[in-house]
Design a protein around this ligand. Structure first.
Ligand code: 4GX
Length: 246
């Protein structure tokens, strides 16, 4: 997977691209990230990337020229690259979107600042517009990092000894069960005895029930789309009887 990130703040990416799972994937060369500074494609002595909006009003708008030229400087893998604009007006990014995007060989992410980008960038350059959620960021950079992180985890070889994607929250549409490690007692709270029992089938059932319980309590909306087995339905019916009516 190759990411080309167009930004006026390339320095915002260094720590995230050097540390953790994403950092390791970059070091291994499984994920390649090229940062393109939009300012390098701005003209004039001041190298301005923004300007006042036609029609008046507060704030500034990113000029189309520098973004267009920056995009032209990126060599695209033909038929296998997708240009994405990060913006609150995009389709909301989720795990399903991450799997869809993981199939592309090259993803070009455009990070806007200020009040946004000139509409003609959208019209002529953008193939997909994504939002990472309903809140306002100061720029698309954190959103680009979120998207690169979520996609990279799905590329074969990126998760080494770590747990597989299939075990992860959301991959079966449910929230994760609670995790415990040593010590056995912490702040008077004990580890559930089942986890010390060594009975792997009992542990599996307990964890599944906890996942279903959490999802029912915190994100009942997820249960509509979750992949539930007949065993899950039995557990869920019991949980609903215990908590539900009253
Ligand atoms: N998920 N922002 C982008 C400027 C902007 C506006 C419109 C392009 C078009 C955001 C989000 C987000 C704030 C990043 C506005 N650029 N991006 N910026 N939520 O809030 O992705």
């Amino acid at each position: 997977m190759r990411f080309d990130v167009l930004t006026i703040f390339p320095e915002m990416f260094s720590a995230n691209l050097q540390e953790g799972i994403l950092g390791r994937a970059v070091k291994k060369g499984i994920v390649k990230v090229r940062l393109v500074n939009i300012r390098n494609f701005a003209r004039g002595a001041h190298k301005t990337t923004d300007d006042r909006p036609y029609g008046g009003g507060d704030g500034m708008v990113m000029k189309p020229g520098p973004i267009y030229q920056a995009l032209k400087s990126v060599d695209r893998i033909s038929g296998q690259s997708l240009v994405i604009l990060l913006s609150p007006q995009g389709q909301t990014f989720n795990q399903k979107t991450a799997w869809e995007l993981a199939r592309w060989e090259q993803i070009i992410l455009i990070c806007g600042r200020y009040e946004g980008v000139d509409e003609r960038v959208r019209l002529t350059c953008i193939e997909k517009e994504l939002s990472i959620g309903d809140y306002i960021l100061s720029g698309g950079e954190p959103a680009a990092l979120v998207i690169m992180d979520a996609i990279s985890r799905l590329i074969p070889g990126v998760l080494g000894g770590e747990r597989s994607n299939l075990e992860d929250s959301f991959e079966d549409g449910l929230l994760e069960y609670p995790q415990y490690t040593r010590p056995k007692v912490f702040q008077c709270e004990e580890v559930p005895p089942v986890l010390l029992s060594g009975d792997h089938e009992k542990i599996r059932l307990w964890r599944r029930a906890e996942s279903l319980k959490r999802t029912l309590e915190r994100r009942p909306d997820l249960l509509q789309k979750a992949q539930l087995t007949p065993e899950d339905e039995v557990i869920l019916a019991k949980l609903k009887r215990e908590s539900g009516p009253r």
